[in-house]
Design a protein around this ligand. Structure first.
Ligand code: DMJ
Length: 639
């Protein structure tokens, strides 16, 4: 501008435009504002931008990007591993800020945590970051004198957390009838039997093969081992199997290796490993469980590097590369997978002081709130690229199930403050009631599946968790819904019980149908198996705790007897291939969720209500208890 004005024969712009003095002044003001904006925008460009490197000195570029978002703090803390393992660049830019829809209290927590976490703000190319026991510590770059850190490192106040619990975790001793105690002791014996055989024949493998007496590794956990150890930890602890708990803990301390390089299911690693480690830390206060959970949590973060921030289903734990399941429509992500991270990820932020985990899941929620829901329903497949639905298949069973569970549990875990989650749950359940809940000719209530408006009159065993979930939600529902939801929960649970009683083994099939004259029975050979799944006893446990109707304990005991009769073999428990024959063949697999969930829920069904009280804990979808936030998060953060 100034240059132009001085050029001979060239009038200045304002003059050329014939502007008067006040107009000139306004014009100049506008131009200077424009310049300031352009300069400021340089800071928002990615570090790789040529313009940025041209106009900003290197130090300013790095610090601007590192302090601008918690996403970058995650990238920097994972950059520690850059030297150890090859990493692929993120597939696309990721969303950088917490959802504007995040409840106010959570945003406050995140801000506090970001302040307290300290070190992530000093990121690349500065000192190396190490996460140890939840404390991020800065190490000086070689040769440089260590910078004096005036900020105290983040520390989660475990003692304060324990004092905030309303009940002792393993319950206070109270009077109970001898039969209940005997039944509980029987379930404890089953757990010991399952563990002892796993330890003897398969310790360090993911599951026990009880017929061939060896271990199974599989390909779900990306090279991680010991799924049964991690899944069993909190159950062993709750059942006071002290020696066995110590064996499991020692394995975690000495042999649990996180430096693996394989393809893992983000969902499975989260619910089993992170959930199991977090729960055991909260129960025991042993640092090893916290540090392993945080370290593993960081390894999952690259899965969120997609255009929408919706994670892909599979991640290589070594390289950080992620992709969608081959079987998922058009590279989509699965509702029950990306919708089942919320509880664990909030706790990872709570324990580390690093808000990045919470931001990732709050962003998922933001995307889900933005996308239009057909008839208010959530289809099971979403594109992580466009953020729109890929297929209109809706199910409260497989592919959808625990997404709904985590909505109501997010609200409960927030001590009923996360009203956004509660509203999402209420709205989703209303749509499910209207479009999916049906009654059979024989009077059985069930939840059908929905395919673009057409109902498939089938319920999977997985869908049977919903009795417990709806019962839990009913306790907190508005007056006009409470009774209706209580009845719905009881009816669904009763239908699932029917699917058990109508079989010869008294164990339920993988899926049962309500068509072609069939009621609560599998009609296809491929759906007749039972793999030690927990969902039906899970609902019995919730319904017992919430109603104290004796039938739920009776039904639970029927399951114990059936397990003993048909699934117990010489070296552990095995799934069976056909529940409709009394001489079933075994599938030779003792699933880790049998120890995490089935036996834990059965044990709790025959325990007093204050053992892992629902006033203190929510169970993640693998039955790992995570604490309800009774205390203010800020208060639990110790400077
Ligand atoms: C468990 O791993 C979890 O409960 C999950 O949510 C669904 N399936 C299995 C058990 O059936």
């Amino acid at each position: 501008m100034v240059v132009l004005r001085k050029l001979p024969g060239m009038p200045g712009w304002p003059a050329a435009l014939g502007l008067r003095l006040p107009q000139k002044f306004l014009f100049l003001l506008f131009l200077s504002g424009l310049l300031t904006l352009c300069f400021g925008a340089l800071f928002l460009l990615p570090d790789s931008s040529r313009f940025k490197r041209l106009f900003l000195p290197r130090r300013a570029t790095a610090s601007a990007s590192s302090s601008s978002s918690a996403s970058s703090s995650s990238a920097s803390s994972s950059s520690t591993r850059d030297t150890e393992l090859p990493r692929s660049p993120p597939a696309a830019a990721e969303p950088r800020h917490a959802s504007p829809a995040a409840p106010r209290r959570l945003r406050e927590k995140l801000r506090t945590a970001a302040r307290m976490a300290g070190p992530p703000a000093r990121t690349a190319p500065g000192p190396r970051q190490q996460v140890q026991g939840g404390e991020s510590r800065a190490q000086p770059a070689s040769g440089a004198p260590p910078a004096r850190d005036t900020r105290a490192p983040f520390r989660f106040d475990y003692e304060r957390f324990r004092r905030s619990l309303r009940h002792p975790v393993r319950g206070g001793r109270s009077a109970e009838d001898p039969e209940t105690r005997a039944r509980r002791m029987k379930i404890k014996e089953m757990m010991k039997f399952a563990w002892d055989n796993y330890r003897q024949y398969a310790l360090g493998k993911n599951e026990l093969r009880p017929l061939t007496k060896n271990g199974h590794i599989g390909n779900m956990f990306g090279g991680l081992r010991g799924a049964t150890v991690i899944d069993a930890l909190d159950t062993l602890y709750i059942m006071e199997l002290e020696e066995e708990f110590q064996e499991a803990k020692q394995w975690v301390e000495k042999s649990f290796d996180l430096n693996v390089n394989g393809e893992a299911s983000l969902f499975e690693v989260n619910i089993r490993y992170i959930g199991g480690l977090l729960a055991t830390y909260y129960l025991t206060g042993e640092e090893v469980f916290k540090s392993k959970a945080l370290e593993l949590g960081e390894k999952l973060l690259p899965a969120f590097n997609t255009p929408t921030g919706i994670p892909r289903g599979v991640i290589n734990l070594g390289s950080g590369m992620s992709w969608s399941w081959g079987w998922a429509s058009a590279g989509s992500s699965i509702l029950a997978e990306f919708g089942t991270l919320h509880l664990e990820f909030l706790h990872l932020s709570e324990l580390s002081g690093n808000p990045v985990f919470a931001e990732k899941v709050m962003n998922i929620r933001r995307v889900l709130n933005r996308v239009e829901k057909p008839q208010g329903l959530y289809p099971n497949f979403l594109s992580p690229v466009t953020g729109s639905w890929v297929q209109h298949h809706v199910s409260i069973g497989g592919l959808g199930d625990s997404f709904y569970e985590y909505l109501i549990k997010s609200w409960l875990m927030s001590d009923k403050k996360d009203s956004e989650a509660k509203k999402m749950y209420d709205d989703a359940l209303e749509a499910i009631e209207k479009h999916l809940v049906r009654k059979s000719a024989g009077g059985l209530t069930y939840i059908a599946e929905w395919r673009g408006g057409i109902l498939d009159h089938k319920m999977g065993h997985l869908a049977c968790f919903s009795g417990g979930m709806i019962a839990l939600g009913a306790e907190h529902a508005r007056e006009e819904r409470r009774q209706r939801h209580r009845e719905l929960a009881a009816e669904i649970t009763s239908t699932c019980h029917e699917s058990y009683t109508r079989s010869d083994t008294k164990l339920g099939p993988e899926a049962f149908r309500f068509d072609a004259g069939s009621e609560a029975m599998a009609t296809r050979l491929s759906e007749r198996y039972y793999i030690l799944r927990p969902e039906v006893v899970e609902s019995y446990m919730y319904l017992w705790r919430l109603t104290h109707e004796p039938k739920y304990r009776h039904w639970g005991w029927e399951v114990v007897q059936a397990l003993e009769k048909h699934c117990r073999v010489e070296a552990g428990f095995s799934g069976i291939r056909d529940v409709y024959t009394t001489t079933p063949t075994h599938d030779n697999m003792q699933q880790s969720f049998f120890l995490a969930e089935t036996l834990k829920y059965l044990y709790l069904l025959f325990s007093e209500d204050d053992v892992l009280s629902l006033e203190d804990w929510v169970f993640n979808t693998e039955a790992h208890p995570l604490p309800i936030n009774h205390t203010d998060f800020k208060a639990a953060v110790q400077p």
